[in-house]
Design a protein around this ligand. Structure first.
Ligand SMILES: [Mn+2]
Length: 241
């Protein structure tokens, strides 16, 4: 498993973050366009869950090949990674929106698995204000630095690596508890996974999954250098399916 990917400061353009895509690539493209996203110099970081539920999950391979698009691994990406290994129950997968992949030939399922397996559990991006951490669900330890150190320490048992990775992909504890304590040793953390009605923060943790795949939901783009949501210059015609 690939744990942490680091990115240097973007000195030429903007760095934006977006929540869970869930196969809503056309809607996301329209929002980027309306927000003046410049693929030549800007970068888009995603909290993962690139697939399942939405109509265009099959486009994930094309997006993973897009040079300005970088994502962490979500629990739905993890389903697609593990499915060819036989460690995902097909009924569970179907109930979680995996029909598109269950219908794929085995060779394509393996290609999708291998491509998504390149996604790290966490991303660190340097900005003028400090380092921003991006994770699917939550940072499972009070200190980001401790989390990264334990995840990358080969002396730590595989079981603990898996445990931390699973919490990073699945935990809803901070939002459930409305825990304002934040994450130490990092400027800010950007997380998705649990849909919020509007972009919100708890301490220095920014929740940006505004449920684009669900009725009444939408995508939020967050400028990670200023930690402010991007207001599209041209409102997208429709943000729902
Ligand atoms: Mn998720």
């Amino acid at each position: 498993m690939f744990f942490v990917e680091r990115f240097d400061r973007n000195t030429r353009g903007r760095d934006l973050a977006v929540g869970d895509v869930h196969g809503m690539y056309t809607v996301l493209s329209q929002l980027l366009q309306a927000s003046g996203f410049d693929p030549a110099v800007d970068r888009l970081f995603c909290t993962g869950d690139l697939v399942d539920r939405g109509p265009e999950s099959a486009r994930v391979l094309e997006w993973l090949d897009t040079p300005w698009f970088h994502s962490v691994r979500g629990n739905h990406d993890d389903f697609a990674i593990r499915f060819p290994e036989g460690t995902v129950n097909a009924t569970t997968y179907l109930a979680n929106g995996g029909a598109w992949n269950l219908a794929n030939p085995a060779a394509l399922q393996r290609r999708i698995s291998a491509a998504l397996d390149q996604l790290p559990i966490a991303i660190e991006v340097e900005t003028a204000a400090g380092v921003i951490g991006i994770i699917h669900a939550d940072c499972p330890l009070p200190s980001w630095q401790d989390f990264v150190t334990r995840m990358t320490d080969i002396r730590v048992a595989d079981e603990e690596h898996d445990h931390l990775a699973n919490l990073a992909m699945w935990s809803r504890a901070r939002l459930m508890a409305q825990d304002p304590s934040g994450v130490g040793d990092i400027h800010a953390v950007v997380a998705g996974h649990t849909p919020v009605v509007e972009y919100s923060t708890l301490g220095n943790v920014h929740f940006i999954d505004t449920g684009a795949v669900f009725d009444g939901g939408h995508f939020t783009l967050l400028d990670i250098a200023s930690l402010t949501p991007v207001v599209p210059a041209i409102p997208p015609a429709s943000q729902s399916r």
